[in-house]
Design a protein around this ligand. Structure first.
Ligand code: SF4
Ligand code: SF4
Length: 435
């Protein structure tokens, strides 16, 4: 066992209202300069939808993450070292600025200098990158306006996969928000893709960073990251990414996105894991086993053997204590409420999500409560607005069981807390389901 410590985040999706405060404050703090106009280290995407950059989940197209080769070993989806070196000259697997969206401002001079007319003068959108007039045709949250009914099926690759299982009639439309930052993966394919060795994972806290002095702008990391969370600064010619706000966390304050989140849905904590087990866990044959196999690399911070090994590895008593108090450990391991995003990319992501327990449509009970009542617990789960199959495509490579279990625990917890708050005796059967 080789114990290492990792900073991790869990986001509770039921609480995200899509206000983008996190994105804006992150942008103000970290990407408010030339060359990064299109860059959002933190973005909040609409689901179902195309994501940001659009269709980033289509790894057949973008070649991100790891795959298993014929010998069952992990290899980069972006190809052999030779192919990647060839791609240095003309990389065909990169999103263009149109895939991110073309950032624009308005030509206010045109508005103010316009002579009086019969109609109100209209400010023209100007590209922030080229300065030319732009015809704005797409944006990262365009799907909000399109709705998620039958329209969305052709746009969201996950829904496309589920066409046989999920029929979207107008009345069954659904929508939720998915905030995303770099996953600070345990097995980062961005780092493995970089020909200059410029990307590294910090030993002390697992934060993945780009060494700006070493980066030569090859952009292989952008192809290699399946979450498309590295960006190219076309002014400096270097790659940039979310830094987990390391200058802040080093002095004991949370990331900007967590501190400013309106929904208070971002939990930060320390996880201890077995570094020797990571590659084996990322190499299991069946994609559907990747969630449990990643769960298996996390170590119990209360186990005396783990504590002794952590001390031997030089992890400080403060960090061991932080791992013991970690809300992230509780949500991921103790309660098994939080799930990883796309474990099938095999990078072992470290930003996990509590899936949304969407409003129940037609299981309203006699009490007037929604379908989280104990009596309706199992029926309610089946009547959720967001299809469980869709959540499973996001979080467990299509395996429904862990998503169902997580939602049932959430429903049980809500029913239990409602009873407590109303001073009622919790219905029998609730407590075991939240245990
Ligand atoms: Fe690297 Fe972050 Fe992408 Fe993981 S999510 S591969 S750490 S850039
Ligand atoms: Fe969601 Fe919080 Fe970001 Fe608002 S600030 S969009 S609630 S994650």
């Amino acid at each position: 066992m080789r114990v290492m410590a990792q900073l991790a985040m869990v986001m509770n999706l039921d609480k995200c209202i899509g206000c983008h405060t996190c994105s804006v404050t992150c942008k103000q703090a970290w990407t408010n300069r030339g060359g990064t106009e299109y860059v959002w280290f933190n973005n909040v995407e609409t689901r179902p939808g195309q994501g940001y950059p659009r269709q980033y989940q289509d790894q057949e197209k973008w070649k991100g993450g790891w795959t298993l080769n014929k010998r069952g070993k992990l290899s980069l989806k972006s190809g052999s070292r030779f192919k990647r070196l060839m791609n240095i000259f003309a990389n065909p697997d990169l999103p263009t600025v149109e895939d991110y969206y073309e950032p624009w401002s308005y030509d206010y001079d045109n508005l103010l200098a316009s002579p009086p007319t019969d109609t109100t003068p209209v400010a023209r959108p100007k590209s922030l990158i080229t300065g030319e007039d732009t015809k704005v045709t797409w944006g990262a949250n365009w799907d909000d306006d399109l709705g998620s009914g039958p329209e969305a099926v052709g746009k969201d690759p996950l829904l496309g996969k589920l066409e046989d299982k999920v029929k979207l009639e107008f009345e069954e439309t659904f929508m939720f928000y998915l905030p995303r930052i770099c996953e600070h993966c345990l097995n980062p394919s961005c780092a493995a893709s970089c020909p200059s060795g410029a990307i590294y994972k910090r030993e002390e806290d697992g934060i993945v960073l780009v060494d700006q002095d070493k980066c030569r702008g090859w952009r292989q990391c952008i192809t290699g990251c399946p979450y498309k969370k590295i960006y190219f600064n076309h002014k400096t010619g270097k790659a940039e990414k979310c830094t987990f706000c390391y200058p802040r966390v080093e002095v004991g304050i949370p990331t900007v996105c967590s501190e400013t989140c309106v929904g208070r849905l971002r939990y930060i904590g320390v996880m201890l894991y077995d570094a020797d087990a990571v590659l084996e866990a990322a190499s299991v044959t069946d994609d559907k086993d990747l969630y449990p196999s990643q769960l298996g690399v996390f170590l119990n911070p209360h186990d005396p053997r783990v504590i002794a090994e952590a001390e031997k590895a030089g992890i400080s008593p403060e960090w061991i204590q932080a791992a013991q108090d970690s809300p992230v450990y509780k949500l991921i391991v103790d309660y098994q409420l939080a799930l990883p995003l796309h474990p099938e990319y095999r990078t072992m992501p470290m930003v996990w999500y509590v899936p949304p327990l969407s409003p129940v449509v037609d299981v309203l009970s006699e009490t007037g409560h929604d379908g989280e009542d104990a009596g309706n617990l199992f029926g309610a789960i089946d009547a959720l607005r967001i299809p469980i199959e869709y959540l499973a495509e996001l979080f467990t490579a299509g395996e429904i069981g862990p998503v169902r279990a997580s939602l049932q625990r959430l429903a049980g917890m809500r029913a239990f807390m409602r009873s407590v708050n109303l001073g009622e005796e919790p219905e029998p059967g609730i407590a075991p389901s939240i245990g």
